[in-house]
Design a protein around this ligand. Structure first.
Ligand code: BES
Ligand code: ZN
Length: 611
């Protein structure tokens, strides 16, 4: 079912009228776990004589809907349709007269304590254990659970917000803070954003400057560690500007989230949210920040028009992320990063998407599928590989980057479809008739709608990958004595190489004599026993499961309960579900902790556990 012509996941009639500005007035209530107040939506019609407004909502308690004008306030008729799982309900507002031009609607409402975009943490669940905490995650279609809106990335609006909260906590949003006094903060987002970029956090946060336009925010306990881990932020921004053009959002702050944040990072404008699982101590996972910075152009300025074209956000962003890595750490590092992404893609297609091959297409059909269910690394890695293929085809960065910048310039502040990109590419490269042959060579149909791995794997520099492959072969195929005696082990691997080596090992169909002794030796050899690097722990845990090491169940559960980042916990639960003796333990553990998870994560894990 396509809810609207523009967007299969939104009820909004954005082909009739669009929101261009929103004023929010929210009171944060930690006792009731609610946001309450009003959203005032400023509309402009895009055709004549509009009679109704359709908005997306999810579990909102609406108390009034009024039209505001210079003549005053007029109460309007409205109704809310049935709640549909993963979609929410349609709010219909009946306009008293056929309307053309501008109109302002104010909705008074309160959120549900279980609003899918919000997580309410008790003081006990925070680092400091003194104050409660609230954060949001709206992407892809959860903004509707905190504000009645046209919850489609086809529509962009500026916003102002007034936030009222207890004076012992700090409130921040995806905007520039204009003023703050105890218990009251005001924000302004002057650049039009899609609804999924609305964000709020309220908690005992402190700030530490890390660059000319950047601070890191975290609870006191993690602030110094965070500032150190993300000290490259200003360099990432500088390189991103070289690649994409000027940074227009004013500030770029980072917020280090509680461990239940379900993603690695979220590109909320002016304030990226990141998982604390990036705090590895050696900056080895900081490329996630480069990724979120890149979204300041790809995604936040040029936005996918609906989530079927999500690769225009994520594939483009991974492509820019790779360029940042390349400019800072060299082309070999850039290509290693891309090859690592391809290992993850192979794994994802084989495991997570084994039963849904249609979701391995670059452009997907979301008429029967929610964006949360379709989420995978495919748009990220197939998308960025496609761009790299095109870059190589047209003669490398020198030829491709000017086009890339022109594309961003052309579509900034807008929302696009894959066809807009394709047309822009043809327009640009057709200027030179020599390019016609190259354009003719692109198999668009296979890239965009073919299933499985990318049709062409670019000729990446494999220098840094080779050692990972050698170490993998050693451990996968040899006995302990041979391994112990191997000269390979005198060569040291970087943290990211260890991660990739473990990923390759896990991708092997068979690992010779995989048992406790071998895994123990492996951990000692690479000095990763008890490591705090979450990417390494994630893969070690999967090795324990592969080896059916019941004696490691405590270590497995302790990792599972240390964070609720979906990338880590979902595959582990899925693998535990396939190990007969472990499944009941996994289910029991999940039941115990699921209320501490964000709802997207709990929903995903219950599917992985088949319950
Ligand atoms: N925008 C995404 C996160 C997201 C996507 C949230 C879809 C909800 C729905 C963010 O930019 C992202 O891609 N994060 C990645 C890290 C990145 C380095 C691949 C993640 O969370 O792992
Ligand atoms: Zn992203």
């Amino acid at each position: 079912m396509r809810l609207s012509p523009q967007d299969p996941s939104s009820y909004s009639n954005s082909h009739e009228l669009i929101v261009y500005h929103v004023d929010l007035d929210w009171a944060v209530n930690f006792e009731k776990s609610t946001l309450s107040g009003s959203a005032t939506l400023h509309f402009r019609t895009v055709r004549n004589n509009v009679e109704e407004i359709f908005l997306d909502t999810s579990e909102l308690k609406i108390t009034s809907v009024a039209a505001l004008s210079s003549a005053g306030e007029i109460q309007l008729n409205w109704d809310v349709g049935a709640h549909i799982e993963n979609i929410g309900s349609k709010l219909t507002i009946y306009l008293p007269t056929k309307t053309t031009g501008e109109l302002t609607i104010s909705v008074k409402y309160e959120t549900d304590p279980k609003a899918s975009a919000l997580q309410w943490l008790t003081a006990q669940q925070t680092c400091g254990k003194q104050y409660p905490y609230l954060f949001s995650q709206c992407q892809a279609i959860h903004a509707r659970s905190i504000v009645p809106c046209q919850d489609t990335p086809a529509v962009k609006f500026t916003y102002n917000a007034t936030l009222r909260h207890p004076s012992y906590v700090t409130g921040l949003m995806s905007a520039v803070r204009k003023s703050s006094e105890p218990g009251l903060s005001k924000f302004e987002q002057k650049i039009a954003i899609p609804s999924y970029l609305l964000a709020i956090v309220v908690g005992a946060l402190v700030e530490k400057p890390i660059g000319p336009i950047s601070s890191v925010w975290a609870e006191q306990e993690q602030i110094d560690e965070s500032a150190e881990e993300f000290s490259q932020t200003a360099d990432f921004i500088a390189k991103a500007e070289e690649i994409c053009g000027p940074y227009v959002w004013g500030r770029y702050d980072l917020l280090v989230m509680p461990p239940s944040f379900p993603f690695g990072g979220m590109e909320n404008p002016c304030l990226t949210f990141v998982t604390p699982t990036l705090l590895a101590g050696d900056k080895s996972l900081a490329t996630v920040v480069a990724h979120e910075i890149a979204h300041s152009w790809t995604g936040n300025l040029v936005t996918n028009r609906n989530f079927e074209h999500f690769w225009l956000n994520e594939g483009f962003t991974v492509f820019v992320e790779g360029k940042i890595v390349g400019r800072l750490f060299g082309d070999a590092a850039r290509d290693f990063h891309a090859l690592h992404g391809l290992s993850e893609l192979t794994d994802c297609i084989k495991t997570q998407l084994a039963d849904t091959p249609e979701l391995t297409k670059l452009v997907v059909d979301l008429s029967e599928c929610s964006p949360d269910d379709a989420f995978s690394t495919v748009p990220y890695m197939k998308g960025s590989t496609f761009l790299r293929y095109l870059e190589d085809l047209f003669g490398g960065p020198e030829k491709f980057e000017p086009f890339f910048r022109a594309y961003l310039e052309k579509f900034k502040f807008q929302s696009v479809l894959t066809d807009d990109f394709k047309k822009a590419l043809y327009e640009w490269f057709r200027e030179n008739p020599n390019n016609d042959v190259l354009l003719g060579r692109i198999d668009w149909d296979r890239w965009l709608f073919g299933e499985g791995m990318p049709p062409v794997i670019p000729n990446f520099n494999r220098t840094l990958l080779v050692s990972c492959q050698n170490h993998c072969l050693l451990w996968a195929e040899q006995e302990l004595d041979v391994i112990r005696a191997s000269t390979l082990l005198s060569e040291s691997l970087s943290t990211v190489q260890i991660i990739e080596f473990l990923a390759q090992l896990l991708a092997k169909k068979t690992i010779k004599d995989l048992n406790a002794e071998k895994i123990d030796l492996l951990e000692k050899t690479y000095s990763i026993q008890g490591t705090k690097n979450a990417e390494i722990r994630f893969r070690l845990v999967r090795l324990y499961i592969r080896a059916k090491m019941m004696e490691k169940m405590n270590a497995i559960l302790s990792f599972l309960n240390s964070n609720f980042r979906m990338k880590f916990v979902r595959p582990i639960y899925k693998e535990l579900a396939g190990w007969r003796e472990a499944k009941p333990i996994a289910v029991e553990n999940f039941q115990k902790v699921k209320d501490q998870m964000m709802s997207v994560c709990a929903y995903g894990v219950s599917k992985d556990l088949d319950i």
